[in-house]
Design a protein around this ligand. Sequence first.
Ligand SMILES: Nc1ncnc2c1ncn2[C@@H]1O[C@H](COP(=O)(O)OP(=O)(O)OP(=O)(O)O)[C@@H](O)[C@H]1O
Length: 324
Amino acid sequence: MSEAVVEARGLGRTYKTSKGLLRRESRTVEAVKDVSFTVARGELFGLLGPNGAGKTTTIKMLITLLLPTSGSATVLGQDVAKDPQAVRRRVGYVFGGDRGLYERLSGLDNLRYFAELYGVPSRESRRRIAELLELVGLSDRARQRVEGYSRGMRQRLHIARGLLHRPEVLFLDEPSIGIDPVGARELRATVTRLVEEGTTVLLTTHYMFEADELCDRLAIIANGSIVAEGTPDDLKRRVATGTVFEVDVYGLPDGVVEGLRRDADVQSVSVEVRGQAQILTVHARPGAEIASTMLGHLEGSRFGRLATREPTLEDAYVELVSLA
Ligand SMILES: Nc1ncnc2c1ncn2[C@@H]1O[C@H](COP(=O)(O)OP(=O)(O)OP(=O)(O)O)[C@@H](O)[C@H]1O
């Protein structure tokens, strides 16, 4: 395996919070627990997990914005707690959302401003900015004010900003949040190009499709811990046995989901509301003939389409997260 660029070893972070005005109650939240993983040079590594899983906290520790409360991590061989300055000089980061740009300045002027702020030598900054605008596909719109940019364009400008000082590793926290499908596709193309040019990227997402399409390897994180790690195909293979059934139900009766979950032939059950219908997804154990069991559970309720399909990365994700 090539050089490890990011190495987290038993990383943990607790937050102390308090609530109540008169009788203050303090509470400890274990946001990240014993997280270990390695990202090799040139890799595109994803941290995939539901809201509150601990993805942002992990990234903040790696980019030295937050101190770990247990464990340790190195980025490019430097310890994040002992030598934060050395880490900061060599990493870039971009958080989701579109704040932090100057609306009334053009994309080009925003980059000029940040280049100066980051101390990029002016000789170099012109060429670097031109290169980056090309990389993120904004060369044609560079002289337009940011207030006229779409969310996707702003996010790509943020990526350019995060790359001004030529970091060897870029951390992207939820890059495509709130971006429409066309914008998200352009953003994925930018990230792919970036990796092709040699930058190591660690991104967080809760979009399975994005993780599947982009990542060389990924770790699924739930409740602060890593529950699985591997290539998207490795993770899919974990659930590649057994069949997935999908049924459209109109008015799912109470107790059906619990009843199915108790069934020995069932590995996992999830429900998603889509318009008038609830889509019941049931992953059966290998060899189980559960179509009739399911129809038994659904007796008396109104249902439409019943389909079987191969497991996807999303099924792997739902199953691994629900076991955590
Ligand atoms: N500053 C803080 N003080 C107290 N608790 C916090 C703080 N920041 C995060 N948490 C808690 O830590 C846990 C992990 O949060 P974190 O933001 O790392 O998750 P996440 O996976 O990035 O979620 P999301 O996808 O919603 O951004 C959550 O339970 C969250 O409420």
